[in-house]
Design a protein. Structure first.
Lengths: 509, 326
């Protein structure tokens, strides 16, 4: 097993780990920091109406293709109404129906949406539109207008802009005035533009949407004209003639119709409202992974039950703590009781916090040692003696908890996770070292273990690190890589520089 | 710090990481470890190969056997109790005499029979073995060390440690018990370690911990300049220990018995590094010389000649005596 083998293995693991990490963080947007929040909007459509005497059917157009945004979650509130959603040619529709309804009714549609730039190009290329069916004079006017506009434009975009400009000056344009009434709404102008564009064999449609501002409140729908240039959809504001999809524009529905229709009811009123809020970036990333058909989210730790998740959040940090031990032992040369005892003590510190952890550890170990020295006189066999020490340790813990409860000291209660078996073994090992090598060596090693545990605790307590290994468990492969490399480190340890100081020529006397 | 690192490297000092990674892992196959971790096995191997060891009086294998101790030692005034898997001299009791029903240890403490029984019971339960596994206790002859060392040891038995690399002795030292080491020849516990010139078998100055001492701290006699008796035999025994175990990097612990000459006490598959300080010589450099020029397949005599030739003169510069004083 030569070093090259190890380097190759390390390189391979690094590549796997980093690739997965980059894919998940860059492509799927898994958050790099804990509690990262993303801006989301709650959008709501409230449909109110006065039902008639007979059956009522209400149809609401709801978002389907939403370039620049993705829907995280949606729900319908409609007590007593049957609900169905379906895909109509222009997009999705929700249909509520009820045989009999009394008094004014309100139906809600709510969705949670977030910005997702990747969704811009999802739409498909539409077929060429059928030429509009018009009477003879209109048809002549249409052809004239198209001819004029075509002369003054170079491509689909400039054609559309020129067309919209003429529509906006409708009253003065001889061709347009034939089609347009005075004071037409932007929606009507856009609609007219789609007819003209259909005449010119250019696919176009009207998109209704809302601007997502940072303030909560009701919003009025705006209109954009969507025109397909053969490659992609272009967006135009029918009034300002500005091209492009504003980044805050959320397309709700498309087509010439209003947002809702009613059958068997009157006084339709649709209120659209938005409320911006913050949302856990992790949930959004998972949702995105689902949509991208990526299995990385299926196998993420977030699919586990919450209780199991919180266990793994701790477990995944153990290798990191172990890495700290590896570094301290093989680079620095610190001696500890038991190889991984400090990691377990560090885990216990998570519950008790550092200062208390230190105090509790010191108290329990020193009382345990006293008991152990007493037991030595009783000449018990090894395993029974260990059991007695273990039992005494457990009793000590219980005692400390009860006393701290009486004294109103909160940290004393968090002792439960203290690894009592490990502590019992530590006591046993320490007492042997004490007898064989003397008190100073035993205490030194004990303090060494405690310091290593404290350091491991500090590293394992870095929230950001905990978040990283939980969201990207593949990063633990990097821990493996680091350990592999340390495993072949044959240089001196830091404390050996001191130990062999007699050899150092340049060292100070 | 970096300059110190460099100067250690220049001196060819062997660090723990390199000892483990490049020598123990490479030349000591794990399956052979039990041969040296179990002192009873080592003893039997050595006997089979005709290498002298302290005489075996008996083995205490179970709690029941503990009662047999008086019977085992009935013909022997003095003896030593050793857990077969004990490391670093842990758990060893040396009894130098008896009065009534009490045993007198070499340091003069009187132990009642039940004290000994408790100790044996702990040892059998694995208190002194690595990982706490069940163990057996060897009852063997106490070594009467030769007069030569009497002046430079405080109680206990001084022993010679020879590092053998694939059959070539590369470095040696003698370990002298002190009051602080409570009579144990263990450097970690404060025994004096003194390097030995491989070619002549003459001792150099000693060290306690990392500090150089010229005189034994308890007896105040000079340490350097002692000629170890039967040095040739010691080297020969050490080199042959490689053949009987197959372990490529071992420490051979040898005691000099007044009557029987050099006896192998135990072998160590993870010998410590303090021997370098005792010799003021880097082990790594010597190991590398062996790897470059040594013939590991040669017969024992050739290997010994190689060691005496290559390591006769200090391979690196010795420490300046003035600096030692400081």
């Amino acid at each position: 097993m030569n070093n090259r083998h190890i380097y190759l293995l390390a390189a391979a693991l690094t590549v796997i780990s980093v690739t997965l990490f980059l894919y998940k963080s860059r492509v799927l947007g898994f958050p790099l920091a804990p509690q990262e929040q993303r801006q989301v909007w709650n959008v709501e459509a409230a449909v109110t109406f006065e039902p008639g005497p007979a059956a009522v059917k209400a149809t609401l157009r709801i978002p389907s293709l939403t370039p620049g945004f993705a829907i995280l979650d949606e729900n319908f509130v409609s007590r007593g109404f049957g609900l169905s959603t379906r895909f109509a040619p222009d997009g999705r529709e929700a249909q509520w129906a009820v045989r009999q309804a009394n008094g004014p009714q309100t139906l809600y549609y709510r969705a949670l949406i977030y910005q997702d730039p990747k969704r811009i190009v999802e739409d498909t290329t539409p077929p060429f539109p059928a030429p509009p069916e018009l009477d003879e004079p209109s048809k002549i006017a249409l052809d004239g207008l198209i001819g004029d506009v075509r002369r003054q434009s170079a491509d689909v975009a400039s054609f559309t802009v020129e067309l919209l400009r003429r529509i906006n000056q409708g009253e003065n344009d001889p061709y347009v005035s034939l089609f347009l009434e005075k004071r037409a709404t932007p929606a009507e102008r856009a609609e007219l533009a789609t007819i003209f564009l259909a005449g010119a064999q250019i696919p176009a449609r009207v998109a209704h949407g809302i601007a997502l501002r940072d303030q909560a409140g009701t919003v009025r729908p705006d209109v954009l004209l969507e025109v397909h240039d053969g490659v992609e959809w272009l967006y135009f504001d029918p009034v300002t003639l500005q091209q492009g999809l504003p980044s805050d524009f959320f397309i709700w529905w498309r087509g010439d119709e209003g947002i809702a229709d009613l059958e068997g009811a009157s006084q339709l009123d649709v209120t659209l409202a938005i409320r911006p809020s913050l949302f856990d970036a992790m949930l959004i990333a998972e949702r995105r992974a689902e949509q991208a058909d990526s299995h990385s989210a299926d196998f993420s730790l977030f699919t586990l039950p919450i209780a199991t998740q919180s266990v793994y959040a701790v477990l995944l940090m153990i290798p990191v703590g172990a890495l700290v031990i590896v570094l301290l032992r093989n680079f620095v040369g610190v001696k500890t009781f038991g190889t991984f005892m400090p990691v377990l003590v560090a885990l216990a510190f998570r519950e008790t916090r550092l200062i208390w952890g230190f105090a509790l550890f010191a108290v329990i170990v020193s009382l345990g040692l006293l008991i152990r020295f007493y037991l030595e006189k009783l000449r018990l066999l090894l395993v029974p003696r260990l059991t007695v020490v273990l039992t005494v340790v457990v009793l000590l813990m219980a005692g400390i908890s009860v006393i701290s409860q009486k004294l109103d000291l909160q940290p004393g209660l968090s002792i439960a996770l203290f690894p009592m078996v490990i502590i019992s073994m530590t006591i046993e090992r320490m007492s042997i070292v004490w007898e064989e090598r003397g008190a100073s060596e035993a205490i030194q090693e004990g303090i060494g273990s405690l310091l290593v545990a404290a350091l491991a605790y500090l590293v394992m307590g870095i929230l950001w690190l905990e978040h990283l290994v939980f969201v990207f468990p593949e990063l633990l492969l990097l821990v493996v890589v680091a350990t592999l490399l340390v495993g072949r480190y044959t240089g001196y340890r830091l404390l050996e520089l001191r130990r062999f100081r007699a050899f150092a020529k340049t060292a100070d006397p | 710090m970096w300059s110190r690192y460099r100067s250690l490297a220049d001196e060819g000092v062997l660090g723990l990481n390199r000892r483990n990674g490049d020598y123990i892992l490479k030349f000591n196959p794990r399956r052979l470890f039990p041969l040296v971790d179990d002192k009873l096995k080592t003893k039997r191997l050595a006997l089979k190969a005709g290498i002298a060891v302290p005489e075996l009086y008996g083995v205490i294998e179970t709690q029941r056997d503990i009662r047999r101790l008086p019977e085992i030692v009935s013909n022997h005034e003095d003896f030593a109790l050793k857990p077969a898997h004990g490391s670093a001299g842990d758990g060893i009791i040396v009894i130098s005499g008896r009065s009534a029903h009490r045993y007198r240890t070499i340091s003069g403490t009187l132990l009642a029979e039940e004290d000994i029984a408790h100790h044996l019971s702990n040892a059998i339960n694995g208190q002194f073995s690595l990982g706490g596994v069940q163990d057996v206790v060897i009852v063997e002859a106490m070594v009467r060390f030769s007069n030569l060392f009497e002046r430079v040891s405080y109680q206990g038995v001084p022993d010679v440690r020879v590092i053998v690399f694939r059959g070539i002795p590369v470095m040696a030292m003698v370990r002298l018990p002190t009051r602080t080491s409570s009579g144990k020849a263990n450097l970690h516990q404060g025994a004096v370690g003194a390097g030995i010139d491989l070619a002549s078998g003459v001792t150099l100055d000693g060290v306690v911990g990392s500090d150089i001492v010229t005189h034994h701290p308890d007896t105040s006699h000079a340490i350097a300049g002692l000629k170890i008796p039967e040095w040739e035999t010691i080297l020969d025994i050490s080199a042959r220990c490689y053949e009987i175990t197959g372990l490529g990097y071992i420490g051979v612990d040898i005691v000099l018995d007044r009557d029987r000459g050099p006896l192998v006490l135990e072998l160590n598959a993870r010998p410590g590094l303090a021997i370098q300080i005792a010799n003021r010589q880097g082990l790594l450099r010597r190991l590398q010389i062996c790897e470059q020029r040594g013939d590991f397949n040669a017969d024992t005599a050739t290997r010994l000649d190689f060691a005496k030739r290559e390591f006769k003169h200090p391979v690196g510069p010795m420490l300046d005596p003035k600096r030692i004083a400081a």
